[in-house]
Design a protein around this ligand. Structure first.
Ligand SMILES: *[C@@H]1O[C@H](CO)[C@@H](O)[C@H](O)[C@H]1NC(C)=O
Ligand SMILES: *[C@@H]1O[C@H](CO)[C@@H](O)[C@H](O)[C@H]1NC(C)=O
Ligand SMILES: *[C@@H]1O[C@H](CO)[C@@H](O)[C@H](O)[C@H]1NC(C)=O
Ligand SMILES: *[C@@H]1O[C@H](CO)[C@@H](O)[C@H](O)[C@H]1NC(C)=O
Ligand SMILES: *[C@@H]1O[C@H](CO)[C@@H](O)[C@H](O)[C@H]1NC(C)=O
Ligand SMILES: *[C@@H]1O[C@H](CO)[C@@H](O)[C@H](O)[C@H]1NC(C)=O
Length: 682
């Protein structure tokens, strides 16, 4: 499943003691001399991230401060009640004589839309610098007023240092995210502090689910009347000096400030901006700003934050897998490949190591209202297993246990299947499935938990791991077996219709026996049976029958087809060759499954190279193409795919290309573009 990474990691392990990691990491520290208008430099801890402009804060550009826990519900559509939400039922479609109820095209369209866009992920707040004249009047400063700008993100310690001059005076800002709480430690150094010309401000935006995509910025500052903030000054100086309570509709979030003594005042009663003015006459001011869903939260000092965060980052770089493609290489492409490996490791650690699966754009900005997609969880998070970062993966991989009972209800009560758990696609921490045809009819997310389980057992072959995943593995495979339908006339088990394939671009009512999904079903049932065997238990007979008699992978002219019965000329039809080329995933992303002919898979992959609209590929398509090339014995081609001109990353490691909101995707292998033509109903 991981040939390319596997080989690289193997090499890395063999040489582990030899790699001097730190200089390799630091060589790729992003350095900026002006803000990038669409991509921030970020600090964060996986559950929380803070995006900065050139000042190390959000002074000029309101990049997001987002978390895995910060979600809100909009108020219900006018005249609707919670009862209407509870009563929402989608349409029932026939599935080989079985009526299956899905969450789409049901009853009230306003309620359906509300369920799609709620809860939505909020931007928790903005922190910036405020500039003043000596006699205390605000100066409307822009980035152009700063000179000698220089900013460096030290990847090894997770520390962002930003320096510039304003009115001839130097300012240095150090920004670091705590690894123990969702807070950011800030230290400002400048003589402007002593003269009272430099303060810090915090500000709070309104958030709602009106827009599916919010990028590069999240939230609105122009509707202050729609939300409230309330300041309380702390009495206990060991904790927060000030707490601001931010309420939007029924949700409340807390921002606590501590550190050096300051005075805090609301700029105006009608706005949500507060100015934080240092009290001591010193040329350094350190403040910690903590965000939380509940009132009180620990407030480590700047120094504590800095020390503990540096230690955690050091440990991250030292302890996980490491790939050095530079040493000894004369290939000019090595530097760019190495740069991406390093920046992508940093960004994934900041954005995609939270308690829930990450959304497509991590904590950079919002797509799909900030919700996450369970089919993408494999691409976003399986790499943690391969890099040996188990603590980070385990933060979220128990999502399957958390979602198990609601997924069993979905399968057996709502959808009327005989057995098992049906995992949602687009969802949020509650596990509720967002309405939508694709959301309900996509099936490839189903097999993922079995793969996550297998990875964990491979790393820790213990009885505890077998027990830990047993119910998830069993319920997952039970639904896979239920979903397969025995076709009396052909004597095989069919999967679908209705179903959506990985590329989401075929008609669900005619899509039967899709190649990738059949191979993945075979793998999943095989691994699930093996799981029970290790526990000394027998796998249900239904798994074995389905596996034995599963429809063969569809073939036409010696090549695998997207699904059985697809038009013979689909290779030349842009309707079918314009989206995720899952046919190359058959062997590369997947290991060789029992129902796969690797020669046919290799020929099919090459047909994809010459017939797919590669200029319309994005994100994880390229790593998938690379993994297939590697598995088919073409490592050079694999590197070419990774460095393809349509798969480029900016100085911060964020993807280039696509629309503005799309630029916020993070790291290599993360989806960054989407096709609006198919987005209806999601
Ligand atoms: C949003 O509303 C739903 C439905 O009433 C509820 O189950 C959920 O807990 C709410 N979530 C938040 C973050 O308020
Ligand atoms: C797909 O099938 C369902 C019922 O099984 C039907 O209601 C729907 O209209 C069909 N869609 C298309 C595009 O034919
Ligand atoms: C500050 O200056 C910018 C750029 O000149 C301008 O767009 C903005 O409206 C000004 N803001 C205030 C509060 O005067
Ligand atoms: C703000 O509140 C007003 C009055 O309730 C409402 O009409 C308006 O749509 C709200 N604005 C937003 C962005 O929600
Ligand atoms: C049974 O399989 C055949 C061959 O794949 C197919 O043409 C037919 O439509 C299937 N029957 C049903 C009821 O789906
Ligand atoms: C290929 O993709 C590009 C977008 O990158 C699009 O403009 C073009 O129309 C597509 N070509 C075909 C034949 O669909």
């Amino acid at each position: 499943m991981d040939m390319l990474l596997g080989i690289l990691l193997l090499l890395a392990c063999v040489r582990a003691s030899l790699i001097d990691r730190r200089p390799i990491v630091e060589r790729f520290n992003p350095i900026r001399t002006s803000s990038n208008p669409t991509t921030p430099l970020q600090v964060g801890n996986g559950n929380f991230a803070f995006g900065s402009d050139i000042t190390g804060l959000q002074t000029f550009l309101p990049f997001a401060t987002m978390s895995s826990w910060g979600w809100k519900n909009d108020s219900l559509p006018p005249g609707k009640t919670v009862q209407d939400v509870e009563n929402y039922r989608g349409v029932s479609w026939d599935n080989h004589g079985r009526l299956v109820q899905y969450d789409f095209n049901g009853g009230d369209p306003d309620i359906e839309q509300w369920l799609i866009s709620n809860p939505n992920r909020v931007n928790l707040g903005r922190i910036g610098l405020a500039f003043h004249t000596r006699d205390g009047r605000n100066v409307n400063t822009t980035e152009d007023d700063l000179t000698d700008k220089h900013q460096e993100l030290d990847l090894w310690s997770g520390t962002l240092t930003s320096a510039f001059a304003w009115e001839g005076e130097r300012v240095t800002v150090t920004t670091i995210a705590s690894q123990e709480s969702d807070s950011v430690g800030i230290r400002v150094e400048s003589s402007l502090l002593r003269s009272g010309q430099l303060n810090v401000f915090v500000d709070f935006p309104w958030n709602d689910g009106k827009a599916k995509f919010s990028a590069p910025f999240v939230g609105r500052w122009d509707v202050p009347a729609n939300h409230t903030t309330e300041l309380s000054i702390g009495r206990n100086l060991d904790e927060a000096r000030a707490v601001i309570r931010h309420t939007m509709d029924a949700s409340t979030f807390f921002t606590s400030l501590g550190g050096d003594a300051f005075e805090i005042n609301r700029d105006s009663e009608s706005m949500h901006r507060y100015t934080v003015k240092p009290l001591e006459s010193a040329s350094s001011f350190a403040v910690t700003v903590a965000f939380s869903p509940a009132g009180s939260t620990p407030l480590p000092s700047f120094r504590e934050t800095h020390e503990s965060a540096s230690a955690t980052w050091d440990e991250f770089w030292q302890s996980g897998g490491f790939v050095d493609v530079l040493t000894g290489s004369t290939d000019p492409r090595a530097v760019e490949l190495q740069r991406r490996i390093i920046l992508s490791r940093y960004l994934l650690r900041v954005n995609e190591a939270g308690d829930t699966p990450p959304q497509e754009s991590g904590l950079v900005n919002n797509g799909w209202y900030g919700k996450f997609h369970m089919e993408m969880y494999f691409w976003h998070s399986a790499h943690w297993a391969l890099w040996n970062d188990w603590e980070l993966l385990r933060r979220s991989s128990d999502v399957y246990s958390r979602f198990l009972s609601s997924s069993i209800r979905r399968a057996q009560v709502q959808q009327n299947w005989d057995a098992g758990a049906r995992w949602p696609k687009m969802t949020d921490p509650s596990g509720r499935s967002a309405p939508g045809q694709i959301n309900n009819l996509l099936i490839w997310q189903q097999v993922h938990p079995i793969v996550f389980a297998e990875y964990e057992y491979r790393a820790f072959p213990t009885h505890d791991i077998l027990k830990k995943w047993k119910n998830v593995v069993k319920e997952t495979a039970d639904w896979m077996a239920s979903f397969a339908w025995f076709n009396e006339s052909s004597g095989v088990y069919d999967i679908g219709p209705p179903m959506y394939v990985v590329s989401e671009d075929t008609s669900p009512n005619v899509t039967r026996n899709a190649a990738f999904e059949l191979a993945y079903w075979d793998l999943g049932l095989e691994l699930a049976s093996g799981w029970l065997e290790r526990l000394g238990e027998e796998a249900p007979g239904s798994w074995a029958s389905v596996k034995e008699k599963l429809a063969a992978l569809p073939m036409e002219n010696g090549l695998y087809s997207v699904y059985e019965g697809i038009e013979g000329n689909f290779w030349d039809d842009p309707a079918f060759t314009n989206d995720h080329p899952a046919l190359v995933g058959l062997h590369g992303w997947l290991p060789q499954t029992k129902n796969l002919d690797v020669k046919v898979a290799a020929t099919t992959a090459e047909e994809v190279w010459s017939h797919w609209n590669i200029s319309n590929c994005w994100g994880w398509d390229f790593p998938m193409l690379a993994m297939s090339a590697a598995r088919n014995g073409q490592p050079d081609k694999a590197v070419e795919w990774l460095l393809h001109p349509s798969f480029q990353f900016d100085d911060a490691g964020m993807p280039i290309g696509g629309l503005l909101w799309q630029r916020g995707g993070v790291g290599m292998g993360v989806r960054t573009r989407q096709d609006f033509r198919k987005m209806d109903g999601m």
